[in-house]
Design a protein around this ligand. Sequence first.
Ligand code: PDD
Length: 286
Amino acid sequence: MSIVYLNGEYMPAHEAKISPMDRGFLFGDGIYEVVPSYGGQFVGFEPHMTRMFDGLAAIEIQHEFSLEYFRDVCQTLCEKNGNGNLGIYIHISRGTDVKRHHAYPKDVRPTLFAYTFDIPAAPSADIEKAKTYKVNTHQDLRWQRCNIKSTALLGNVMHYQHGHAAGCDETLLFNADNQLTEASSCNAFIVKDGVVLTPNLDSQKLPGITRLILLDILKKYSDIKVEERIITRAEVDNADEIWITSSTKQVGAVVELDGKPVNGGKIGPVWQQAQSLFSTHQFDYN
Ligand code: PDD
């Protein structure tokens, strides 16, 4: 039975109860993280926590949580849930109020919920075995603060569903100027003539930790040229390779874009190099 963490206590999932007056429920007023753990080893624990603390500061949730407190909660949750390949979901809402009122209430304690879920084994850079992804595209219709990892994910959910309903694994998003932002639950990369390109960070994209780690690894351990800059729709359409990155997928190779093959419908050679380096260095960022 799954053991979860709620406001200081570990308990079976069915015993975890949250008030309907919680602002996470009423307003999506909170932030979340997903930290991957393989056999008890985290990937990117510190950068995940830095982003979470940045998110709490951005939406002015007062708290006394520390990095080491979360490390202990995450380690304990993984142990209690069998230390397999797990995603650790951490959700902090502003807390439970006595009424529904938009202004941030004073003197409420944040609600902290965390649980683990099974994720696939860390992918190896094996072209024969790697999962491949099909994506479709849509104009990015989300809000203008996508850099905050808000629990209010309806925009992302609707974009994801659009792809899912069309038999795709993800939806690539383009802003009003037809520039690539990200995907509904991943960051996006393209490869052209051996150069790895990804959209530069701003408030239209989540600063993904897999993106951060991958860029650092490529710069430190390879000669591959990397650029963070605006990427146009035409560049995506003409890319040699397209990748989507997230904590649960690592570097995912896209082989179909809007029903058309990418790289002849096969995983590309730069992906193999990138995923291989990621696999080697993924545990160095904790
Ligand atoms: N999704 N962009 C969006 C909109 C995301 O939701 C995510 C992560 C990413 C990649 O971030 P990271 O590399 O830190 O996982 C980019 C998570 C996994 C989710 O919502 O389940």
